[in-house]
Design a protein around this ligand. Structure first.
Ligand code: ADP
Ligand code: ZN
Length: 703
């Protein structure tokens, strides 16, 4: 398959000008008829790897997916891009199924989403020659090594036997090696080419804070995020409900979500969240699997997750549109203990405990967190990331032997019978119930650490735990006890280096902070919501936030300018373009602004095209060189033509066709609609030709 065809299809149907890393390679390998395994993080752009081939391949593409709840949205989304698709799952009536079978027979469907349980229905009438590609989404579900094993997936191995000449494309966001190999083995695709994308999601900021006064910290966090969507993950149903009601009392549109709610309630909450009508979801892990909302701006872990895979997948639900998004994890020993209890009853106890340990180490890190996280997934970052709390505020190490001695001797005096909070109270000379009841004010260590704040003491003691001088007796109400090592500090002058973790006030600057009620972005969002309601599909399926941002920046005021926006394909331009353009024009008028002619990125883009054109390169050559779609270059040339550059548009349209279009212009009821020409000529003249001809005629008519 030619590269220009791939790029043209990408722009035409998905609105994007270039492929993300790996997408092109994967697609080319699919066209070579090979089996492939794709490992890409959530939001990495897996769907295009099978949706784009599906458009170009002669027969049907099967997409196996376990997410029944998500299927309808996926199909609506791809239909909105102008690709005929359908789904089959157990939620459908017999009549619906029959209707789909008929469409398949008439070769009307390019993409068919099927739940593994429903494969039997297609098995009956699809033969090897009728299936061009089999995509298996969430492929890790086939492996019991993975974290989301689904028995229905285990039968998928037969697909390769049933359709031996059809390439299989397995996709997953699960990174660990054991699972990868198991997937290939079980799917009978031992020679599949593996494509492992980087798991680095640079747009996600990482932050960990001690889990004290969590609600106050959350309130603080939300202060500058009035209109932003986010998820708070909790360990228990009870916490989700308490948290949601506290947030509601503060005026937030928050809702609890967990497995205890009935199906209807859950899907209502999901819909409201997806459509930006509910802003915050307090959820147990049950939430998120089945949703595909690209503008989640933040994720908070109220409780510690049980491993880094889960943590990474959950924070990965933020910022799928590529815009800056924030994540915050509360670190708490109580949670660790709780999770240890869960793990100790499990079958693979040792593995689970080891994974939990890595989670704990990540939370306690004193060096770039992203480095630690990615190294867990086998990736090595050369530089510190600059977008985690440690990078933004690197700890400074100092000789803290005296501080360590104070803390250790206090623990010694308390005979290992108090938890961390009481130890800090004694060190700081607090007068509270615990101190009074036990007469702690009489201890020699009482008040010896007055000069250090509560939070700092907490951090120092946690470091002493991590350094191995102190341990937590989980089985004795978390009392702190000295280890053998501690003697070296107390009696043998061993030096201790502590990290000075400064308390942070400033938040990292974000490009989303500027969102205000009356911005063009907010108005475009409203237009999007209106359309979503009219068509009864989720708002994000119309355009994602990154696309709306691009519109806000570029302010397109004509169809051809609208087509230049990243994320706008042909069908969506035709279906929705005018609504957004209308809003942009209205907005600009209200602000009494003329269109900004600033040198933006797009300006340079045009210039680059112009230079290549002047050098005599053909449209195909320019498109290939610049790795964008041919259509995009045509659009550039038309814009340059508008701006008075010397572009010979005539060379792109045969004279006879120009003539026909000139005549049609006088006849048509709606001579401004591209579509009406297209239909008038019964699709015999391509869109691009019509567009260029109209541009030529525009100038002709002026003269
Ligand atoms: P995944 O399935 O891997 O989680 P998706 O396929 O849902 O990811 O893609 C995530 C987002 O990235 C979507 O909004 C999608 O439209 C966008 N996207 C995918 N490929 C590209 C591309 N080449 N250029 C720009 N955006 C893209
Ligand atoms: Zn970092």
């Amino acid at each position: 398959m030619k590269e220009t065809v791939l790029l043209d299809t990408l722009k035409e149907y998905f609105g994007y000008e270039s492929f993300r890393p790996l997408q092109k390679k994967i697609i080319e390998s699919v066209f070579k008829g090979k089996d492939n395994l794709v490992i890409m993080p959530t939001g990495g752009g897996k769907s295009i790897c099978y949706q784009l081939p599906a458009i170009l391949l002669p027969e049907i593409t099967l997409v196996i997916s376990p997410l029944i709840a998500l299927m309808k949205d996926q199909v609506d989304g791809i239909n909105a891009n102008g690709v005929p698709a359908a789904f089959l799952n157990s939620s459908q009536e017999e009549a619906d199924k029959q209707a789909i079978f008929q469409r398949i027979d008439k070769k009307e469907i390019k993409l068919l989403y099927v739940a593994p349980e429903s494969l039997q229905f297609v098995d009956r009438f699809l033969t090897d020659g009728r299936v061009s590609l089999i995509a298996i989404d969430e492929a890790h579900c086939i492996s019991s090594w993975g974290h989301d094993f689904r028995p229905a997936y285990t039968q998928l191995g037969y697909l390769k036997n049933r359709f031996p000449s059809t390439p299989v494309l397995a996709l997953t966001a699960t990174a660990d090696k054991a699972t990868r190999n198991d997937i290939c083995k079980q799917l009978n695709i031992p020679n599949a080419k593996k494509h492992v994308a980087s798991f680095d999601r640079k747009n996600l900021s990482l932050e960990v804070k001690p889990g004290i006064k969590r609600f106050e910290q959350i309130s603080d966090f939300l202060k500058n995020r009035k209109n932003e969507s986010g998820i708070i993950y909790c360990l228990s149903r009870k916490t989700t409900e308490e948290l949601a009601s506290k947030l509601k009392a503060k005026g937030f549109k928050a809702e609890a979500y967990h497995a205890g709610l009935d199906h209807l309630e859950r899907s209502q909450i999901q819909d409201d969240f997806i459509n930006d009508e509910k802003q915050i979801i307090c959820a147990t892990i049950a939430f998120g699997m089945g949703i595909d909302k690209s503008n989640i701006r933040w994720v908070i872990h109220y409780n510690m997750p049980k491993n880094l895979e889960g943590y990474y997948q959950e924070i990965g639900r933020a910022g799928r549109d590529g815009l800056a998004s924030d994540t915050l994890l509360f670190h708490s020993y109580a949670d660790v203990i709780q999770l240890q209890k869960f793990a100790s009853n499990a079958k693979n106890e040792e593995v689970q405990l080891a994974k939990l340990d890595r989670m704990k180490q990540y939370s306690e890190a004193l060096s770039c967190r992203r480095k630690i996280l990615l190294s867990y997934f086998g990736e090595y970052l050369q530089e510190d990331c600059g977008n985690c709390d440690i990078c933004r505020n690197p700890p400074e190490f100092f000789e803290g032997t005296i501080i360590a001695q104070k803390a250790l001797s206090c623990i010694f005096r308390l005979k290992g019978s108090e938890p961390i909070s009481a130890i800090i109270d004694v060190l700081r000379g607090s007068q509270n119930e615990v101190v009074r009841r036990n007469n702690y004010q009489e201890l020699s260590t009482y008040g010896i650490g007055k000069d250090i704040s509560w939070n700092h003491w907490q951090q120092y003691i946690i470091q002493l735990i991590n350094l191995g001088y102190v341990e937590i007796a989980f089985d004795q109400n978390n009392h702190l006890k000295l280890t053998e090592q501690a003697k070296k500090v107390l009696f043998e002058k061993e030096q201790v280096y502590l990290a000075d973790v400064k308390e942070r006030k400033v938040k990292a600057q974000k490009d989303t902070a500027a969102i205000t009620e009356n911005s063009l972005f907010e108005r475009l969002r409203k237009v999007r919501l209106e359309i979503a309601r009219e068509e009864d599909i989720p708002a994000y399926l119309i355009f994602n936030d990154a696309t709306l941002k691009d519109m806000e920046k570029q302010r397109p005021m004509s169809d051809s300018e609208f087509m230049l926006i990243n994320g706008v394909g042909r069908k969506k331009m035709e279906d929705y373009g005018f609504r957004f353009i209308k809003e942009i024009i209205a907005f600009s008028k209200e602000k009494r602004e003329t269109k900004p002619r600033k040198k933006t990125k797009k300006g340079n883009t045009l210039k680059e095209t112009l230079n290549m054109y002047k050098r005599g390169m053909s449209v195909e050559e320019i498109a290939r060189e610049r790795e964008v779609a041919k259509n995009t270059i045509f659009t550039h040339l038309m814009k340059l033509y508008d701006e008075g550059e010397e572009i010979n548009l005539h060379q792109f349209v045969p004279n006879s066709e120009l003539k026909s279009i000139r005549n049609a212009q006088k006849e048509l009821d709606n001579p401004n609609s591209l579509k009406s020409y297209y239909e008038h000529f019964e699709e015999a003249i391509p869109y691009e030709t019509i567009k260029i001809s109209l541009k030529i005629l525009e100038k002709e008519n002026l003269n």
